[in-house]
Structures are given as C-alpha cells and as structure tokens.
Design a protein around this ligand. Sequence first.
Ligand code: PRP
Ligand code: URA
Length: 209
Amino acid sequence: MSKVFVLDHPLIQHKLTYIRNKNTGTKEFRALVDEVSALMAFEITRDLPLEETTIDTPVMEAKTKVLSGKKIGLVPILRAGLGMVDGILRLIPAAKVGHVGLYRDPETLKPVEYYIKLPTDIEERELIVIDPMLATGGSANDAIHSLKKRGATNIKLMCLIAAPEGVEVIQKEHPDVDIYLAALDEKLNEKGYIIPGLGDAGDRLFGTK
Ligand code: PRP
Ligand code: URA
C-alpha cells in the first residue's frame, strides 16, 4: 500500500492558511503556491541517494557527498500543476519536465486527457506528478496510468490538498505510488470540491472563472 505523508512543517502550514483564504488575490496565491512547492520539494527529496566525492577546499582535501545522479522528472497536471513547477525546479534545476493535460468534466467529474508530452527516458527517471488538488482522484489516477503505460515505474504524487476519497483511489489503483501532501482535508462536497479546500486551484492561480 502506498504511504501518505502529510508535510506538517510550520512554514508549509502557515503558508497554506494564506493559500486557503478566499481574500488572498491571484498574485499572492501564485507566489505562495510556488513557495510551498519548494518547501515540499525539500521534504520529498529527503531520500535521494548520495555518493562520496573528494574535493579540495581552500584548506585541505575533503571527502564530501554529492547526489548520485538520480534522474528526476516533474509531471505537472495542466493547468493547475503548472503553478508548482518553478518552486520545485529552484531546488532541482536539472529535473526534466513532462506535461499531462487533463480537465475534469464538470458534469461527470471524469477526467478528459487532451495533451501529453514527456521526456523520452521516463522509464529511467523518478517521476513526481504534481497537482495542487487530489479530489475524486480521477485526474491523478488517469495521469499515473498514462505514465505507466509509457514505461514509468518510479512515481511519486505531490499535492497541496487531498480529500480522503482521492487518496483511497490512488492507494487502490497505484499501491506503488507514495503521496505527499501539505494537508489531508475532511471530504468532498456534492460538486466534487474539497472541503474546506481552497476552491478552484486553476482559477485562483490564473485569475479565471
Ligand atoms: C483540478 C485540479 C486537479 C483536478 C482534481 O483541475 O487541478 O487536476 O481538478 O480533481 P479530481 O481529483 O476530482 O480529478 P481542473 O479539472 O479544474 O482543471 P484545470 O487545472 O485546467 O483548471
Ligand atoms: N479541483 C479544484 O481545483 N478544487 C477542488 O476542490 C477540487 C478539484
């Protein structure tokens, strides 16, 4: 069964409160999502493997550590996942970025895929699928199936806020995919919105309605 990590670092929780607040405008919302994404990336990369190297400091030779060349790929789910990309890239600048375009049909709540473009070597990469919201789980579930169909074997899912319903879907369909969250909320409302949530992540990020 996949593990669920709720990243309870005080800075993440503090910023998430402002992200949730309906009085936070687009500019500030975007900046906060970017900052929280960077803080979450710090936690999600905790288990990256290191190897020893030898360098000369100005004083003497020293045995130190560097990342052992693990290849990372970020896969934002369009649109709202885009808001999390730059924050993560600040910490992992060498990561490649693939895109999966999905929207949720407002009537059926089922995801509709309209775009996919991935790095050619996804089977060698640790992929981090990113989307602020894991609601019914339909979008993330489809995106992960799409990646697996194309050869991906090592996938993590990173979201700001999840509903228990969405977590359950991912755990059932993808027991190999660990889930990293800033918050696990109470439930979905009748329109499939996470409550208390933050509203429509794409609209709040891009100023649309
Ligand atoms: C939102 C969100 C997720 C999806 C989550 O996207 O960014 O992708 O809903 O819902 P689910 O877990 O029930 O599938 P939306 O469909 O609103 O598209 P957008 O990002 O283009 O606004
Ligand atoms: N998508 C959003 O943007 N917000 C929700 O609460 C659920 C799905």
